[in-house]
Every structure is written in C-alpha cells, then in structure tokens.
Design a protein. Structure first.
Length: 115
C-alpha cells in the first residue's frame, strides 16, 4: 500500500514540474506573423485583443481559463479604425479556428483528417 502511494506521489510530482503552457493551444496569430510585424502598433494590439476574446468565446470550458474574454480597449475601438478592423477580423478568425479545433467531432477528424 505504501509502495503504491509512493509511486503515485512520484508520478504526480514529475507531472507537476511541467509548465501549463503545453496545454494551451497555439493562437492563430502565428499564421499572420509577417503581416503583423509590418502593421502599425494599433493594428497589432487590435489583432491581439480580438484574438484573445475570440479564442475565449470559441474555446471549451477548460481552455476558457487561459484566455481573457474582456480584452478590448474601448477608447481605441471608437477612435482608431485600424484597431477596430483588426479586432473584428481577429475575433472571428480566432473564434472559428478554436471552435473547429476543439468542438468538431472526433470521428470527423479521423475520417477526413485534421483541418
């Protein structure tokens, strides 16, 4: 009994040493890395905030803990067209990306391949 408890404790200890970042899915911003590097600061911030909220909206309950659902700068969304356009586009792009990855059926992924 004590031996099995010790083994289980060691397994939990080893597993807890890893970072939680490995569980967080990649954000779709990596797809547009070059475009975002050449954009102005307000566009980049709008894309980052919109993707954060979109990912939180489309994610399952577990992944919602990793995303902020209120990442929006109210002043910039009213006064900056670049921020507003980037936020809206990123919201829908990231929402659909996360939704398709996490909420599609397992059989659909097996039969048709990963999208």
């Amino acid at each position: 009994m004590i031996n099995s408890l010790l083994k289980i404790s060691i397994i939990f200890l080893i597993c807890s040493c890893h970072s939680l970042e490995r569980f967080i899915p990649d954000t779709p911003s990596r797809d547009f890395k070059d475009t975002l590097m050449n954009a102005n600061a307000e566009f980049r911030q709008g894309w980052k905030d919109g993707c954060e909220v979109g990912s939180a909206s489309g994610a399952n309950r577990f992944y919602k803990f990793f995303y902020r659902s209120n990442a929006v700068d109210g002043y910039k969304i009213v006064n900056s067209a670049d921020y507003k356009v980037a936020w809206g586009d990123a919201y829908w792009y990231c929402y659909r990306d996360i939704y398709v990855k996490q909420k599609s059926s397992v059989w659909g992924a097996i039969l048709s391949g990963y999208r």
